[in-house]
Design a protein around this ligand. Structure first.
Ligand SMILES: [Zn+2]
Length: 442
């Protein structure tokens, strides 16, 4: 929320903040000839706003226009709202206590010297065809000491957005300016990726078998090899996913906020919606966190397509995380914090037919609002889907033919206060028939 004060001469920090809010986006829009700023009047309005506005953070420390002395501190809040890190938390300690000399990293039988980047190759030992299939592992080892952050994508082989996110982050990092190391695996499940499928060739979901078993099923063996060879080298992990089965997700972090290290990691992303939930057993998020490696899942977009807006959103969040973890010095601004949803629920179709959405990802809805319609293709009868909750659309099915019971809209539910106890979470799940939607829990 911004408060305008046309009588006040703004200080430098206020001008800088306003630039990113008003003038920067307007200039970018003009350069792209988009409709975001589609008149020259708005262009000048942005200049006027830039010169005259004072910023007030919604719900946070208010900056009264008459009190210039507090403006710099509050503007800094946009950048440093999660720092300094709480050193009682192990992840924060790993970040803040890193000093001395950077060390050479040994991964996949390869030494990676500080200040260098390497492209390695990993393959599980047991494969279906008996032919080794390798997948790239990108490593950047910084000149300065710090934590090792891992990025993994395409554990489900049809989820493409995360692949592009890992590529963009890793190829944009200068090892000379990095503290710590980043390990990026763009395509973890190369067997599924080659088939364009969520599943392994035996229909198993790899993300239900971590940390794996060297003597178990094919999925368990692949999971074990990956966990042992790569994941054990991480201090923190971000696992990238999309919705599944023609469903798409608003870019969001899924995190177990009862774990202080996971909270540290989650807050580091800046402005991204957070959905609190416990990871399912067998997921990489669950196994890594149990092994002492704080992990969050980032969900963005849907399967089988490369969605540039979602990719950019994810890349921006990860880059801000690198900054808040102290791994990259560059400061970045990214607007107001997004809300944390402690409850969410799927709205299911009661009738079969063709779904047509009336809301979009990110829409704010009130109780009773129309979410979409389902039309019976035989008799053209139309039924309405209305929201049983006030909240926000954080996931939804693409327009398609649906059966009765199909999960259509995922509503992040507004709650009055942040309660992260099991009782409330479980109650929310029970109210939603267990809350489980196949393929939607990573
Ligand atoms: Zn997934």
């Amino acid at each position: 929320m911004f408060r305008f004060n046309f009588l006040q001469i703004p200080d430098w920090v206020t001008v800088k903040t306003c630039y990113f809010r008003y003038f920067g986006p307007c200039m970018n829009a003009l350069h792209r000839q988009s409709h975001t700023c589609d008149s020259i009047c708005q262009y000048f309005a942005a200049i006027a706003a830039l010169l005259t506005c004072s910023v007030t953070l919604a719900g946070n420390t208010a900056i009264e226009p008459t009190d210039n002395s507090e403006a710099p501190a509050a503007a800094e809040q946009l950048i440093d709202s999660v720092t300094p890190l709480d050193e009682s938390v192990p992840l924060a300690k790993a970040v803040t206590s890193a000093d001395g000399q950077a060390k050479s990293m040994r991964l996949l039988d390869t030494d990676i010297a500080p200040g260098t980047a390497r492209r390695l190759s990993w393959s599980a030992t047991q494969l279906f065809e008996g032919v080794p299939v390798s997948t790239p592992v990108l490593v950047v080892n910084g000149t300065h000491p710090g934590p090792t952050l891992c990025l993994t994508a395409a554990i489900h082989g049809d989820e493409l957005n995360g692949i592009e996110m890992v590529q963009r982050v890793l190829h944009d990092i200068d090892p000379q300016k990095l503290s710590g190391a980043i390990i990026g695996v763009p395509i973890v499940n190369v067997q599924s990726f080659r088939r364009g499928s969520r599943y392994l060739p035996d229909r198993r979901d790899l993300n239900r078998y971590f940390p794996g078993n060297p003597n178990g099923s094919a999925a368990a063996r692949i999971a074990h090899a990956f966990f042992t060879d790569i994941i054990t080298h991480c201090d923190a992990l971000v696992d990238l996913h999309t919705g599944s089965f023609e469903r798409t997700n608003l870019p969001q972090i899924r995190a177990d906020l009862r774990n202080p290290d996971v909270v540290t990691l989650t807050l580091g992303f800046g402005s991204m919606v957070v959905l609190h939930n416990k990871p399912a057993a067998g997921t990489l998020r669950h196994a890594a966190t149990m092994a002492g490696i704080p992990t969050v899942t980032v969900e963005a977009g849907g399967p089988s397509q490369l969605e540039l807006a979602e990719v950019k959103h994810g890349v921006k969040g990860i880059k801000i995380l690198l900054t808040t973890l102290g791994m990259v010095k560059k400061r970045r601004l990214w607007g107001d914090p997004e809300p944390v949803y402690y409850r969410s629920s799927w709205v299911r179709a009661d009738n079969g037919g063709i779904l047509l959405a009336h809301v979009s990802l990110g829409s704010t809805v009130r109780k009773g609002d129309l979410l979409g319609t389902i039309t019976d293709p035989m008799n053209n009868a139309r039924t309405e889907l209305r929201s049983p909750y006030a909240g926000r659309i954080i996931g939804m099915a693409r327009n398609q033919v649906v059966m009765p019971g199909f999960a259509t809209f995922h509503v992040g539910i507004q709650t009055d206060r942040a309660v992260v106890d099991d009782m409330q979470i479980d109650a929310a799940r029970i109210s939603n028939e267990g809350g489980y939607v196949d393929g939607m829990s990573e």
